[in-house]
Design a protein around this ligand. Structure first.
Ligand code: FES
Length: 118
């Protein structure tokens, strides 16, 4: 189902913004951002331990969002976990386990941004 989120000019290049979307009487926290002039949308919750990704930074070097809590790096377009920092190499595999970032299809139309939330 398509949800209108905001006006397209409200998301600057290299930035993210947090929005709340109501779906089936539940509030979802969705992070919208723009990288290399391409929009993306993902859940606000880090799939590692649930940190709020709205406090995290987009990398200057690639298409990754770097979680502020443990610095795991997720591709904002594919959702894939692409890097676990070397500093965690001695942590257990169980601790390092993480799913991928939940991403949503996103569209710009007539000056507005829409996200498809299944
Ligand atoms: S909670 Fe995000 S990297 Fe651990």
């Amino acid at each position: 189902m398509l949800h209108k989120i905001c006006e397209d000019r409200s998301i600057d290049e290299g930035s993210t913004k947090l929005f709340t979307v109501n779906k089936d009487d539940h509030n979802l926290s969705i992070l919208i951002g723009r990288k290399n002039n391409i929009l993306f949308a993902c859940d606000n919750y880090c799939p590692h331990r649930g940190a709020s990704l709205s406090k995290s930074q987009l990398s200057c070097e690639n298409d990754r969002l770097v979680c502020y809590l443990h610095d795991f790096e997720y591709n904002v377009f594919s959702g894939k976990l692409e890097k676990i920092p070397e500093k965690w190499k001695d942590q257990s595999q169980e601790w390092k386990n993480s799913g991928d970032l939940m991403i949503y299809r996103i569209f710009e139309n007539d000056g507005a941004i829409f996200v498809d939330i299944p």
